[in-house]
Design a protein. Structure first.
Length: 306
């Protein structure tokens, strides 16, 4: 057994959850959060041995993450992070025999650049797997989703279906998969001789939700998983509509990203395969009410394979 794995096992009992490290975080505005769903897993020596030497030496797998419920919800204290991502990170860390750390960053561009510069090893999304990005990153697709638009209850904007968003102001995370879907919705609107959607680009999902709540935007665009979480955790305050295929929607593959140069991708793919096999994946997704956006198996560099 490697010395780094032995050291991790000795120290793991003293490390609560995933050993989260926060920097420059965006604080959530009070949405309820759920407890961790990850059960204790036994470290897999074979997987640990396949980790890049730098990760084995440090004993830490560093993740970037933006504030994006239900993937990552930063608590009012600015220190506590809960969500799907911490649950999966904890499970991956236990399986690989390393600690995991998350640094909260301002959106997808910061996460991608941070990985390329070596500050972080991975980013667990939600981000669409694309052939263009897979030139620099390996991707592990572990869920799918459609785009949804959250509207505050009692809004005067008159949005009862997605087509009602034509000409309205919609807040989205800049450079996100949702921004791309919103462009397709605008094309649909113009094809119906209606005005395009007015895009309000912001740093993270919390900011988009606050924009809709304050009246700066008429709706907040986000993944279906995020919309489910918002309307569940804040019952009676929001409702959502989902973009249809006629309106340009596609069922997107959402993936973990890790730089190809780091050679971590194949190991994380195998680790996710084990989480699927042992039931951890299904358990976490069920706890968060996301059974509708699961995939039957994790997919490696799926966009490049098309």
């Amino acid at each position: 057994m490697g010395s780094s794995l032995r050291q991790w096992r000795r120290s793991s009992l003293a490390v609560a959850a995933a050993g989260l490290v926060l920097a420059g975080c965006t604080v959530d505005d009070g949405a309820a959060t759920a407890p961790t769903a990850a059960a204790a897993l036994t470290a897999d020596q074979a997987l640990h041995d396949q980790l890049p030497q730098a990760v084995k030496d440090s004993g830490v797998l560093r993740f970037a993450g933006d504030s994006h419920p239900p993937y990552r919800t930063v608590g009012p204290d600015g220190k506590t992070v809960t969500g799907i991502d911490p649950d999966f990170q904890q499970a991956l860390g236990q399986l690989l025999g390393v600690r995991t750390e998350t640094t909260i960053v301002a959106g997808l561009p910061a996460a991608l650049q941070g990985m390329l510069s070596g500050r972080y090893e991975a980013f667990n999304g939600p981000v669409k797997a694309t052939a263009e990005r897979e030139q620099q990153f390996d991707t592990v697709t572990w869920m799918t989703t459609r785009t949804a638009y959250v509207i505050p209850e009692g809004s005067a904007a008159g949005i009862k279906q997605t087509a009602d968003l034509c000409g309205k102001r919609v807040a989205v995370v800049t450079a996100s998969v949702v921004e791309g879907q919103l462009a397709k919705l605008s094309t649909f609107c113009q094809g119906k001789q209606r005005p395009a959607v007015q895009v309000v680009g912001l740093d993270d999902t919390n900011a988009t939700l606050l924009a809709a709540k304050s009246g700066r935007a008429d709706a907040a665009g986000m993944t279906q998983a995020a919309a489910i979480d918002v309307t569940t955790q804040q019952k009676g305050q929001y409702e959502y509509v989902t973009q249809t295929e006629e309106q340009g929607a596609t069922k997107d593959n959402l993936a973990l990203y890790t730089p190809k140069a780091g050679k971590l991708g194949p190991v994380l793919q195998k680790a996710f395969e084990e989480l699927f096999r042992n039931g951890t994946y299904a358990r976490i997704m069920k706890q968060w009410g996301l059974e509708d956006v699961t995939v039957p198996q994790p997919l490696f560099d799926v966009a490049s394979a098309k």
